[in-house]
Design a protein around this ligand. Structure first.
Ligand SMILES: Nc1ncnc2c1ncn2[C@@H]1O[C@H](COP(=O)(O)OP(=O)(O)O)[C@@H](O)[C@H]1O
Ligand SMILES: [Mg+2]
Length: 290
C-alpha cells in the first residue's frame, strides 16, 4: 500500500476518529492490562483472573491482544472452534457492506460511536459467560509498516477501555511494544509478570517504567513459577529500589497442575492449587482498587 492509498487513509481516519472520541470520554475504573516476557505466564493468569472475577458476579470482557491467540483456549474455548479476530473482520466489514475500502469503518463509527458494538459483533462468549474479544494482528512487511489496520485495532482497544459496568482484562503479546502504541492507554491497573530470572525481571522493570509514564495508577508485580524461598530473595536482591514502582508484589508458585491442565485453566478453579490461591489475592487487590 503506497501513500495516497484511499483504504489506508480511510482506516487511519477511522482510527483518529475513535481516538478523538475516546479523548472526550472520561476513563472509568476497572481496566487491567497484563504484560511481561514471553512464557512468563500472562495468558494463564489473565484467564484465571477473568474466571475468578466472573465468579464474583462481575461482567468480564477479556481482550486478547497477542497475535498468537492463546487466550481463548486458556478460557476453555475448544481448540476446534474457529476464531476470527477483529483484524480479519476489518476486511469482512468492508466486503459485507460493499463500501469503498476503509469507508465502512468510518461509517460504522460515525453512526455508532460506541465501539462496544465491536464486542457484540465480533466477540465470543465462553461457556461460563465471559466475553472475549480477539484482536489478531496484521501481517507486517519485513521492512515494517505503519499499518493502518494496527492503528485501528489500537484505537478500538482504546475505546472499549471506556465501556462501563465491566471489568476489562487485556492479555498482551510479549515485550513492551503495546506501551509504545495507544493500546495500554486508559487502563487503570497493570499486572506485570516475571519469572524469577534476571532477564524476565529486566523486561518487567522496563514495563513498569513505561506503565508509569502512561500514568496507569496501580502497577503490580507478579512473580510467577516461584519454586523456592531463594527465588523470592533473588527478586528482592535484583530488583532493589526499583521494586518501589510496584504497589504490591505477588508470588505465584510453580504448580504442576497448571501444566497438566494447560491450555485450559478451568479445571484449576475450586481446587486447592497454591497458584489459584495467590491469584485470588491478586483478584482481591484488583477489586480493592476498582
Ligand atoms: N505457575 C505456573 N506453574 C507451572 N506452569 C505455569 C505456571 N504459570 C504458567 N505456566 C505454564 O507456562 C507456560 C507459559 O504460560 P503462558 O501463560 O502461556 O505465558 P505467556 O502468555 O506469558 O507467554 C504454559 O505452558 C503454562 O501452562
Ligand atoms: Mg500468552
Amino acid at each position: 500500500m503506497g501513500k495516497g492509498d484511499p483504504r489506508r487513509e480511510a482506516l487511519f481516519e477511522a482510527a483518529e476518529q475513535i481516538k478523538r472520541k475516546a479523548a472526550t470520554t472520561k476513563d472509568k475504573g476497572f481496566r487491567v492490562v497484563i504484560t511481561g516476557k514471553g512464557g512468563a505466564g500472562k495468558t494463564t493468569l489473565t484467564a484465571l483472573l477473568a474466571k475468578l472475577l466472573k465468579r464474583e458476579g462481575l461482567n468480564v470482557l477479556a481482550v486478547d491482544e497477542d497475535p498468537q491467540i492463546n487466550l481463548p483456549y486458556a478460557l476453555g474455548i475448544p481448540p476446534e472452534q474457529e476464531i476470527i479476530p477483529v483484524s480479519r473482520n476489518i476486511d469482512y466489514v468492508e466486503e459485507k457492506t460493499g463500501a469503498r475500502p476503509g469507508e465502512a469503518w468510518g461509517v460504522m463509527l460515525t453512526l455508532n460511536p460506541d465501539v462496544s458494538d465491536v464486542v457484540d459483533r465480533f466477540g465470543l462468549r465462553t461457556q461460563d459467560g465471559i466475553n472475549l474479544l480477539v484482536m489478531g494482528s496484521v501481517v507486517q512487511a519485513a521492512t515494517g509498516c505503519l499499518c493502518p489496520e494496527n492503528a485501528l485495532l489500537d484505537a478500538i482497544v482504546r475505546y472499549i477501555s471506556l465501556r462501563e459496568g465491566e471489568v476489562i482484562l487485556m492479555d498482551t503479546q510479549a515485550g513492551v511494544e503495546h506501551f509504545g502504541r495507544a493500546l495500554a492507554q486508559g487502563f487503570s491497573q497493570a499486572i506485570i509478570i516475571t519469572e524469577p530470572s534476571f532477564n524476565a525481571l529486566q523486561v518487567a522493570l522496563h514495563s513498569a517504567k513505561l506503565a508509569g509514564e502512561l500514568e496507569i495508577p496501580h502497577i503490580y508485580l507478579a512473580v510467577n513459577k516461584v519454586r523456592t524461598p531463594q527465588d523470592r530473595e533473588k527478586i528482592y536482591r535484583l530488583g532493589g529500589e526499583k521494586l518501589k514502582q510496584f504497589e504490591e508484589i505477588f508470588f505465584l508458585p510453580y504448580d504442576e497442575r497448571v501444566l497438566s491442565t494447560e491450555p485450559d485453566v478451568s479445571p484449576l478453579i475450586g481446587t486447592d492449587s497454591p497458584y489459584v490461591k495467590e491469584a485470588a489475592r491478586i483478584k482481591e487487590a484488583l477489586l480493592q482498587r476498582a
